[in-house]
Design a protein. Sequence first.
Lengths: 392, 291
Amino acid sequence: MNDRQTLGSARQTTDAAASDSTTAPAGTAASARRPLWLALGGTALVVLLALLPLLAIDIPGVLPGPTYTPGTLQLLAYAMLIAALALSYRMMFGLAGLLSFGHALFFAAGAYGLGMALDAFAPVEWPSELIFLVSIIVTLVAGLVLGATVGALALRVTGIAFAMVTLAFAQAGSVLIRRNPGGATGGDEGLALDITNVPDALVGVMNTRNLYWVALGVLVLVYLVVLWVEKSRAGHVAEATRENELRVRVLGIRPYRLQLLIFIVASVLAAVAGMGYVLLQSGATPRIATVDFTLNLLVIVVLGGVGYRWGAIVGGIVYTLLDQRLTALAGSDAIAALPDVLRIPLSEPLFILGTLFILVVLFLPGGIAGIPQRMRTGRKQHPAEAEETADA
Amino acid sequence: MSTVVLLVITGLGLGALYFLVASGLSLIYGLMGVLNLAHGSFLTISAFLGWEVGRRVSDGTWLGLAVSALVGIAVGAIVAALTEYLLIRRLYERHIEQALVTVGLSLASVALFEGIWGTDPIYTEKPDWLGQTTVILGAKIPNDRFLLIACALLVLGGIVLFLRRTRYGLIIRAGVENRSMVTALGIDVRRSFTLVFAIGGAAAGLGGVLSSVYYGYVSAHLGSTLLIFAFIVTVIGGLGSLTGAAIASVLVAVLQQFANFYLGGTGDLVVVIALAAVLLVRPRGLLGKVA
């Protein structure tokens, strides 16, 4: 009851802040129209993406082939799943300010969970659609329980210690997967998807475009959930806690439960992306449970722009395409002909991406999504930094 | 009995490696609040360069090993100081960005090492004595454990003496305690940042050469594996506490060895559980100061 009261007061403060900003009449009209335009633009983009498998758009150098070919669709679907995962990670890191080193654990839980559930249910004599559905539900519940357990423990500490606890849990998960208990995870070899109960429409190279639509669906779903959480009162409080936890506590709100909620939602969304992954790749490898995988997510989110929701999407897609194209470039003759000093760094995609990432952190704090804003305002400084100095 | 002795001494040897990495991490975090995820790369580059130089001078002898160790220490110190000077210094007081830069550095450097030295481990030669065993209380102990323990003790003693007996050590200790006060006294505490990075890098460099002795190979992923355990050690010991790091290294490594032997190879899991337990009971670690 106490919490409800305090939540109400938090809303009042945000309402008051909102009415402050609407005192300028020109601003009201523009801000009322903007969400509509954004929603329309977003829908148009989703429709365009949904139509891609039926079109023959060829972007040489960016895509490996025309958009209707399975190879390109596979790459794009993978990029969208990574984008969805990055979006869920941004909700924790960017919105709630929780720097987790263990997000890969939940992605792996989704991928391995679905794979293992399908394996476990394979001998059961149910219709295969039902088994597929039950496996998905079991995986979701497992992801929820895992997220709630890890989150409840990890959120008892803050800051760097939080990062370390999540790291430790992810490491434990990674070790478990590699150790292959009872032959369930396939160890270092990885887990191959048992397709007996997977709907035929989602199996095989010819059906890649169905998987592409599934991936697009996952991305849209994750985006909508993230948007909903971010606009909810819980989202506002989480955001306020990131900026100034003491002030939130003084208002009488205990941030723990809301942060836990965000943690759980992000974990389940990661598990959803993981389920898409295991269907798309017809299997899972232990690589997706490692700490390095989470670090890549961090790179993606920062590269795209922490302050922007679509930054995570842009980051995920740009990163995946860059990674794929740089790998292709590394094998090309032009690189092989270079002297060693140039050839070795250029043939390592992660070296280029890592360097790019350092440069973005040093010189482009808003990430890719922040570029338009920087060009518009012409500000050399990070917007957040300016606020900090004003606060002090 | 002999098994217990073997496990304890092997644990101490592994703990020595953890300490060499964790000491630098802990000092850097304590003084500057920087979570240095590139610390493993300092270790790896030192191990590789130490090995490259050592084997050219004299492969598989004590002289070669000594040269490797010296090169490793020098490389670790230089690389760490350069990292601080070129990357970290630009982002003072922005801890998340500092951690992000070190993430980028570690990703890029591991990829670069893979490009130069390949993805497979390269097996190294070591002096004959280190490959033999000594019998203590009925347990056959591989001799390289003694070298590791001796080196770690030397480093611990050296850093403690430096912190206690020198003027720079005084400034660093004061800076860990209360940085703004040191600055207010007119001391440029930033100069000691580079120094702390160099010391941590040197310890990690020595750790790199020694870990190539312990594991018998060098590989691009040497650092990342040790770094995760060093993080766990640092957090259990208390961020910023050197003694805490030393105690925690021994505890973690011995616990890991025992769990590996008696609980069917579950050492890594037990360590993680220990970390979770410590953080829940005592979030600031064994000897950490109150946040």
